[in-house]
Unconditional design. Structure first.
Length: 681
C-alpha cells in the first residue's frame, strides 16, 4: 500500500523500477546533469518533465496552480516533524545568508552540510532512520556564527542572539534531547518518546483513550479520526488543534486554498473541478468526512490527464498511526508509456494461453490490468526532496474495498534515478564486460519498465487455483512465491518474439539486457542492502534470489550461467539466454503448481533452499566492492522551475520549464517565497 519509496538506489535492480525509453522526448539529453549534489549519505538529482510541450495551455496552467499549492505547505511538514524545526531552519538560513566572516573554514563547510541535511529531512531528524543527526561543528562555533551575524537577520520572535544560543544549542547539539522523531520501542510510551509534533503533554494511554471513544463499533465507513490535528493537553482537558484554514497551520492552508481555487477555474472537466472544490472545503472545515468524500471522488476520476495529491496523507510519522504528514505531488499521465500497458492488457489472453504452466492451472478468461504511468511535475511537503516512485492511494481500507485505489508508477522519477546512476561505477563494477554494460545502456531502461509492466499487468493476474484451494495455504511463503510467479511470468515473456510483434520493444536484445540485470541483481548486487551476516527477509529480495540461484544451479550442466573470477572478483555471466528462458519457464511451471495446489511443503523447500541464505564470503565481497564506489544510499530531487509567460496585454501565453536551479538556491527560494507559518515555539 501507500508509497513505494526507493531507499537504496540499486538501479535497474528492483522490480519496482520502471522507466520508459523517454530519450526522444527529452531535451538537453547528453549534456543534462542528473546528479547535482552529494553530502552526508544523500545525493541530490534533477528530474525532467517529458512531453511538457505537448500539454495545452490550460493543462499547463492547471499544473502551475497545483504546483503553487504544492509549495505552500512546505512549512507544515517541518513543524509536524518537530516543533523546533522551523526556528532552527530560519536561524541556520539567516547565518548562511548573512554571516560576514570566513567562509572557507572547515566549520563553515560543516555548517553547510548540516543545513543541507536539515532541508533534506524537513528537520533535524534523519528522513529515513528518524534519528536526530548532529552537526560536525561545535557549540562554540555555532555561538560565534550567531553572534557575528547581524541581529536583524534573525526572526524577531526568537529574541536576542543570546536567547537563540541558549535555547537552541542543547536542542541541536545534545544527542539525548528528542533523539528520535518516531519511536516504536516496545514497552515505551511511544507518544512521549517520539520527538514529532503530533502530541503535546499527552501520554500514549491518553491518546488511545481519546480516539477509542470516537470510534463507532461496526462502522462500515470509519472516519480516520485524528488524521488532521495535533492532540494537546490544555489544563486538564485534552483537545485537538485541527489543521484547517482558521485553525493550526491556517496561514499555510489558506495559501494552499488560494491556489486550489485558481486551479478549480481551469479544471479539465466538471468532475475534477468538484474534486478540487471538495478539497478546498475540507481544508476550510477540517471535516474528515469531507476528506473521505474527496478521496472517493479522487479515486474514481480516471479521465483527467492532470492529477495531484495534496493533503494530510501518510501516517508513518506517528507511531500511533493517527496523524498524517502533509504532502503534495502534482503529475500528468504519460500517454506513450500508458499505451504500452494497454497493449499488454488487451492481449492478456494470448499470454495466458502461451505461458509454460500446466493447462489445468490456466485461466480460460483472463483480464489484464492496465496500469497508469505518470510523470511528476512538482514534489512538495513530505514528498520532497525524498520522493516515492509509485503511489497507491487512498489509504482507508473501506474506501479501497468499495471504490478501489489508484496505483501508479512515476516514470520520470525512476528514469532520473537511472540516468543519474550511469557512470557512478555500480554497473561497471558488477557487469562482466563492456558489451554487457553497453547492452544495458542501450536497453536497460526499457527492459526494466517492461519487466514491471508484465509483472503488474499480467503476472499477478495470471493462473488459477485448483478446486478446493483457497489461496492462503502457503502462509509465510505465500508472498515470495507470488512475487516469484509474477517475476517469472515477466522474465519468460520479455524474451518472446510476440513482444516485438506487438511493437512494444525493438528487438530481443531488450530481453537479454533484462536477463543480465536480473541475474546480476539476484545473485549479487541486491546483497548490498543486507547487513553482513544477516539472512534475506524481504519478500521481493527472496523471490529474486530464489529465481537467480535456482536457475544457476539447474543450468550448471549446460553452463547456462557461468561463475567467473577475474582479479579476485566474482562475476555471474549468462552464456545462453535462450536456455535461461527455458529454465525460467520450468520454474514458472513449478511455482504455479505450488500456488495452484497450495503445496506448503513445496514452497517451503524452494524458499529455504534458494531464497534465504547468503554465502558469507560472496556477501562480504559484494559489500566491499560496493563500499569502494562511495555511492550515497539515499536520494532526493530538486523541482524544475516553472515560469508563466505573458503577452503585452497580460494574457498568459505559456509556462516555461527550466532545469537550472541548484539545491541550495531552490531551498532558499522556497524558504523566502513559501514560508507562511509562525514559529509556534
Ligand atoms: Zn508484485
Amino acid at each position: 500500500m501507500k508509497h513505494i519509496k526507493l531507499i537504496m538506489i540499486l538501479l535497474a535492480a528492483s522490480s519496482l523500477l520502471s522507466c520508459t525509453n523517454q530519450n526522444d522526448a527529452k531535451t538537453q539529453e547528453g549534456s543534462f546533469e542528473w546528479q547535482i549534489d552529494q553530502f552526508a549519505d544523500i545525493r541530490i538529482m534533477r528530474y525532467q518533465v517529458p512531453g511538457w510541450d505537448d500539454l495545452n495551455l490550460e493543462q499547463k496552467e492547471l499544473i502551475y496552480y497545483l504546483n503553487q499549492a504544492a509549495l505552500c505547505g512546505r512549512d507544515i511538514i517541518f513543524d509536524q516533524n518537530y516543533k523546533h524545526n522551523l526556528s532552527i531552519r530560519r536561524i541556520l538560513e539567516a547565518v548562511y545568508q548573512d554571516y560576514p566572516g570566513d567562509r572557507d573554514a572547515q566549520g563553515w563547510q560543516d555548517l553547510t552540510v548540516y543545513l543541507k541535511r536539515v532541508w533534506f529531512s524537513n528537520g533535524i531528524h534523519h528522513h529515513y532512520s528518524t534519528d536526530k543527526f548532529l552537526p560536525l561543528f561545535g557549540q562554540e562555533y555555532f555561538a560565534q556564527l550567531v553572534n557575528e551575524t547581524p541581529s536583524e537577520s534573525f526572526p524577531k520572535e526568537l529574541g536576542t542572539k543570546n536567547d537563540i544560543i541558549t535555547k537552541y544549542s542543547p536542542i541541536i547539539f545534545d544527542p539525548a534531547i528528542d533523539s528520535k522523531r518516531v519511536s516504536q520501542e516496545a514497552g515505551m510510551d511511544v507518544v512521549s518518546a517520539s520527538a514529532n509534533n503530533y502530541y503535546e503533554g499527552v501520554t500514549q494511554k491518553e491518546a488511545e483513550t481519546f480516539y477509542a471513544r470516537m470510534v463507532k463499533p461496526n462502522d462500515p465507513e470509519p472516519i480516520s479520526y485524528g488524521l488532521n490535528s495535533k492532540l494537546v493537553k490544555e489544563g486538564n482537558k485534552i483537545v485537538e488543534r485541527v489543521w484547517k484554514v482558521d485553525g493550526m497551520y491556517g496561514a499555510a492552508i489558506e495559501k494552499i486554498n488560494y491556489w486550489l481555487q485558481k486551479a478549480s477555474q481551469v479544471a479539465e472537466n466538471p468532475k475534477q473541478k468538484q474534486i478540487i472544490e471538495t478539497l478546498i472545503e475540507y481544508y476550510q472545515t477540517g471535516n474528515l468526512k469531507k476528506f473521505d468524500e474527496y478521496s472517493i471522488l479522487w479515486v474514481t476520476d480516471l479521465e483527467s490527464r492532470i492529477d495531484f495529491v495534496n493533503g494530510f496523507i501518510e501516517n508513518y510519522g506517528d507511531p500511533m498511526g493517527y496523524k498524517a504528514s502533509w504532502e503534495s505531488l502534482v503529475n500528468y499521465t504519460d500517454i506513450e508509456a500508458t499505451k504500452r500497458t494497454v497493449i499488454l492488457s488487451t492481449n492478456a489472453q494470448w499470454f495466458e494461453n502461451n505461458s509454460p504452466v500446466d493447462p489445468k492451472f490456466k485461466k480460460e478468461k483472463v483480464k489484464g490490468v492496465s496500469a497508469k504511468v505518470i510523470n511528476a511535475a512538482m514534489l512538495g511537503g513530505d514528498c520532497y526532496p525524498s520522493t516515492p516512485i509509485g503511489i497507491n492511494l487512498p489509504n482507508p481500507d473501506w474506501i479501497r474495498a468499495k471504490h478501489g485505489s489508484k496505483s501508479v508508477t512515476i516514470d520520470n522519477i525512476t528514469y532520473a534515478y537511472n540516468k543519474s546512476s550511469e557512470g557512478n561505477g555500480f554497473l561497471e563494477e558488477f557487469a562482466w564486460d563492456k558489451a554487457e554494460v553497453e547492452l544495458h545502456g542501450k536497453h536497460g531502461s526499457l527492459a526494466g519498465s517492461l519487466h514491471t509492466d508484465l509483472h503488474e499487468c499480467l503476472g499477478h493476474g495470471s493462473g488459477k487455483l485448483a478446486p478446493g484451494v483457497v489461496g492462503d495455504e502457503l502462509k509465510q511463503y505465500g508472498s515470495p512465491i507470488e512475487e516469484s510467479r509474477a517475476d517469472l511470468f515477466a522474465l519468460y515473456f520479455i524474451m518472446d518474439p510476440k513482444m516485438v510483434d506487438l511493437g512494444i520493444m525493438p528487438s530481443l536484445d531488450v530481453g537479454k539486457a533484462e536477463y543480465n540485470q536480473y541475474i546480476r541483481n539476484g545473485l549479487m548486487t541486491q546483497l548490498t542492502r543486507v547487513e553482513l551476516g544477516n539472512k534475506i527477509e524481504q519478500a521481493h529480495m527472496r523471490n529474486r534470489q530464489l529465481i537467480a540461484r535456482w536457475c544457476y544451479e539447474h543450468g550448471k550442466n549446460d553452463n547456462v550461467i557461468e561463475k567467473r573470477v577475474r582479479n579476485d572478483k566474482i562475476y555471474y555471466v549468462i552464456t545462453d539466454h535462450a536456455k535461461l528462458r527455458e529454465l525460467f519457464g520450468q520454474l514458472l511451471k513449478e511455482i504455479q503448481r505450488i500456488k495452484s495446489t497450495g503445496d506448503y511443503l513445496g514452497a517451503q523447500q524452494l524458499i529455504e533452499e534458494y531464497a534465504v541464505n547468503i554465502d558469507f564470503d560472496l556477501h562480504k565481497e559484494v559489500l566491499d566492492r560496493f563500499g569502494k564506489l562511495n555511492i550515497a544510499p539515499y536520494g532526493g530531487f530538486v523541482n524544475p522551475v516553472y515560469t508563466p509567460i505573458y503577452d503585452n496585454n497580460d494574457n498568459l501565453i505559456d509556462i516555461k520549464v527550466e532545469y537550472t536551479q541548484g539545491y541550495t538556491d531552490q531551498m532558499l527560494e522556497y524558504s523566502t517565497k513559501y514560508s507562511f507559518l509562525p514559529m509556534y515555539n
